[in-house]
Design a protein around this ligand. Structure first.
Ligand SMILES: Cc1cc2nc3c(=O)[nH]c(=O)nc-3n(C[C@H](O)[C@H](O)[C@H](O)COP(=O)(O)OP(=O)(O)OC[C@H]3O[C@@H](n4cnc5c(N)ncnc54)[C@H](O)[C@@H]3O)c2cc1C
Length: 466
């Protein structure tokens, strides 16, 4: 991943706006640039664009949308900003966070109204850190469904996407102005394309084990659940171009991936009354702080796994999610008439598991408090029959990246704007701040689509008048 000198290079073709990466961020940036009147070309290393977006659940938080109003939900960009900043302890960029929160709602409505991407609000439970119901999804509630809509919208808008196009180098001059890119094709051919503005939408470095080990050592040996092709290219280019790099130790993990099946189990089970125990049959954390930081807590338990305990009420809730139905079909979810039988199914000490269940029931009745600080009183206590699933912790995506301003322009280490380089999604600094527990539920796609839209608009403007 190199930067080559732009001096003397002639490109056979030049496009006003180039976008690297055809995930949610790149496709949104392309739609926005096209809407602003610019010609756009998207470059994607895979033969079929999928990215982490297609692997995701496809849930996007947004505030004050008409989808919320239709359900009588009151929300505001200010409340969304406050929730994000509360989760990251005030350590993301306040200006970029506020801009993202302000543009998220209009972006989902723009998708629906102008580009035929339908959204609805997910009801039934609140995600950790969300003050109100504000998670939105396309009808099938999967990232693959979202990607399908985005690709169809891009095609309808006449956006060209070059697939099997691995961008391996940027051409830039001394002051960091990018003149074009170099693409390696599967047959070994090398092609060059010039541009007036470049959007980096090629995600973070979760797919590069060496970078994960360097910046996130605690997750170095865990399962990486995101897209393998996201190998830190934006980070390396940015480093050479003397861009600011921030919060590289931050990431989205998940403490609820069915093991060994590798299927995401919805965190709704934990938010609505379920709990996790270790091999000793004991709880080990407040499950409701967030699914991201729970990844490390689960990995620290014996064997790097935990058992999620829930009941028929929560099994019914889980059935709303395609992943959960897949986990049932794969035999990951086990049912037992009694807690002793559940203990035996998972090889747990029955007296300890029964004692843990009794403690949570007492906490739900308000008879005692939780030493980990979770409030059990808001949800019904678990009742037989019981359900369980063995889970592990996984790395979903990295959150640190290139420092940007509120127009998604990449900033140099000295704080100056690079002339024509934009970034969004996981390529840019996320909304988590520097710590592992700062990830706000849905913050990945929130940053991908909102910063993608802003980056596309800015790129079109820069291409028009550099
Ligand atoms: C299992 C799972 C569940 C998740 N669920 C959610 C959720 O419900 N809500 C949420 O907000 N977030 C979720 N996330 C996170 C979310 O998937 C990401 O935040 C989001 O998809 C990032 O979008 P992106 O466009 O930046 O990256 P991607 O969708 O990964 O797209 C990047 C693209 O760039 C391409 N690329 C990389 N390098 C190059 C190169 N050099 N040349 C050409 N192409 C390149 C890649 O092939 C890829 O297609 C989840 C993640 C996982 C793994």
């Amino acid at each position: 991943m190199t930067i080559k000198p732009a001096r003397g290079i002639r490109f056979p073709v030049t496009v006003p706006v180039l976008v690297i990466g055809a995930g949610a961020c790149g496709l949104t940036a392309a739609l926005a640039a096209r809407d602003a009147g610019a010609e756009v070309l998207v470059l994607e290393r895979d033969r079929v664009p999928r990215g982490s977006t297609a692997l995701s659940s496809g849930f996007i938080p947004a505030a004050a949308t008409r989808f919320q109003r239709d359900k009588g939900i009151e929300d505001s960009p200010a409340l969304l900003t406050a929730d994000i900043m509360a989760k990251n302890k005030g350590r993301s960029s306040p200006t970029v966070t506020a801009r993202v929160a302000e543009r998220a709602g209009p972006t989902l409505e723009w998708f629906a109204d102008r580009h035929g991407v339908p959204f609805e609000v997910i009801e039934g439970f609140l995600y950790p850190g969300h003050s109100v119901l504000r998670m939105h999804a396309t009808p099938r509630r999967t990232g693959a469904d979202l990607m399908g809509y985005l690709l169809a919208a891009a095609e309808t808008a006449g956006i060209l996407t070059m697939t099997s196009a691995h961008v391996v180098a940027l051409f830039a001059d001394e002051d960091g102005r990018v003149a074009g890119i170099e693409v390696a094709r599967p047959d070994g051919a090398i092609e060059t394309i010039g541009c007036a503005a470049l959007v980096l939408a090629c995600n973070g470095y979760g797919g590069d084990p060496a970078l994960v080990r360097r910046y996130i050592p605690e997750m170095a040996d865990s399962l990486y659940f995101g897209h393998a092709g996201n190998q830190g290219d934006a980070l390396r280019w940015g480093e050479t171009l003397r861009a600011g790099l921030r919060d590289l130790g931050a990431y989205q993990g998940h403490g609820s991936v069915a093991h060994p099946h590798g299927i995401l189990i919805t965190w709704a089970l934990m938010m609505e009354g379920g709990f996790q125990v270790n091999a000793e049959g004991r709880r080990f954390s407040n499950e409701q702080r967030g699914y991201s930081e729970q990844a490390v807590d689960v990995l620290r338990q014996t064997g790097g796994t935990a058992i999620e305990v829930f009941d028929a009420r929560l099994d019914a809730l889980g059935q709303d999610f395609e992943d959960y139905r897949n986990a049932v079909a794969a035999g990951a979810i086990r049912r037992a008439d009694s807690i002793a039988e559940l203990a035996s199914l998972f090889g747990l000490p029955a007296p300890a598991l029964a004692a843990t269940l009794a403690e949570t029931q007492a906490m739900a009745a308000g008879a005692r408090g939780d030493p980990f600080g979770r409030d059990f009183t808001k949800k019904p206590a678990l009742a037989p029959p019981f359900y369980g699933v063995r889970v592990t912790g996984a790395l979903f995506h990295t959150q640190g990246g290139l420092e940007i301003d509120t127009d998604a322009r990449v900033l140099g280490r000295d704080g100056r704007k690079l002339p024509n380089l934009l970034a969004g999604g996981e390529a840019s600094r996320g909304l988590s701040g520097p710590e592992r527990d700062g990830y706000f539920s849905g913050g990945g796609l929130l940053a991908a689509v909102t910063l993608g839209r802003i980056a596309g608009e800015t790129a079109a403007r820069l291409a028009e008048s550099p």
